[in-house]
Write a protein that binds this ligand. Structure first.
Ligand code: ARG
Length: 302
């Protein structure tokens, strides 16, 4: 009898418990426009936003994750998008420096939150850096987007701060103005992305590094399906991104649809609302993709 390795299936996808930081959308509204999704002329409902956000938070908690909260501040309606607040790896937090004046007030709140939470090194970025909106840790690499928000100079700064290699990617479609609207890290070595959001050079880099990546269609990307939160097994993504959910299932992930239509009016989705806190307080798993060994019947043996 011979054994072969099969593509990972849902029985072998291993969730790693995570710690996230979220911010209740207590002051959420769309009163300015800093991305193509935002139209201050379209009414928003605070109650709907809060209800949708709560379901996302409850889902994460029910899955076994820990969710910390940062207090929402009046006059900062985009603060619900906690992913933008910082990049937080190995107990070190690089706090955001926002591009637009409408959001600059958020940085001090994040700096204080990380200091109070006892992170060993907390510093605000010198270059414009919109946190996990543009910087996505993947295995031992930091995927770094620029083109609309974070400065290309922020790559070098993040690389030095965290001591990690950075893979710079350039975004070219204003609908996908943050990296996390165009690409999601599914586990250490797996990503899904929408190629049309990137320039030719970045598309080449991505194809080379992730030859097996899930490629999203334009409608799924537009539905914010790539603005997803993965724990290695469960992938929380916009329920409208149905085809993407099917692609995830084929790869053995467990897609979970979330409805965040109210927050989409500000150009945000599930990932925008969650900042991962990689502080080592929750023991990490091996991080390796685990494959199930399937014995082949003897008749199939060579
Ligand atoms: N209205 C916010 C902005 O334009 C949305 C931020 C979405 N966050 C994200 N991580 N993509 O800044």
């Amino acid at each position: 009898m011979r054994t072969v390795f099969e593509r990972a299936d849902s029985a072998s996808r291993v969730m790693r418990r995570r710690r996230y930081l979220m911010c209740r959308p207590a002051h959420f509204t769309v009163e300015y426009s800093i991305n193509p999704w935002m139209d201050p002329g379209v009414p928003t409902s605070g109650t709907t936003a809060l209800g949708q956000w709560k379901r996302l938070r409850d889902l994460l908690v029910d899955l076994g994750h820990e969710v910390g909260l940062i207090a929402p501040l009046p006059g900062l309606p985009d603060m619900v998008f906690a992913a933008n607040g910082a990049v937080a790896i190995d107990g070190k937090a690089l706090v955001a420096r926002f591009r637009h004046p409408q959001r600059t007030g958020e940085s001090a709140a994040y700096e204080k939150w990380f200091a109070d939470d006892g992170w060993s090194e907390v510093r605000q970025a010198t270059a414009v850096n919109e946190g996990e909106g543009d910087f996505l840790p993947a295995g031992g690499v930091l995927l770094a987007g620029s083109g609309f928000r974070s400065d290309p100079a922020a790559r070098q700064e993040a690389a030095e701060f965290f001591g990690l290699p950075v893979l710079g990617l350039t975004l070219v479609d204003p609908r996908f103005y943050h990296l996390d609207t165009a690409l999601a890290v599914l586990d250490d070595e797996e990503v899904m992305y929408y190629p049309g959001a990137f320039d030719a050079e970045s598309r080449e880099l991505l194809a080379e590094r992730y030859p097996d990546a899930i490629l999203a269609t334009e409608p799924d990307a537009e539905a914010f399906g790539l603005n997803a939160v993965s724990d290695g097994r469960h992938v929380l993504l916009a329920s409208a991104a149905e085809r993407l959910a099917g692609q995830l299932k084929e790869r053995g992930f467990e897609p979970i649809g979330v409805e965040l239509s109210e927050l989409l009016k500000a150009g945000g989705g599930a990932k925008c609302c969650t900042l991962e806190l990689r502080d080592g307080r929750i023991p990490p798993s091996t991080g390796a993709r685990i494959r199930r060994v399937v014995p082949l019947p003897d008749s199939h043996a060579a």
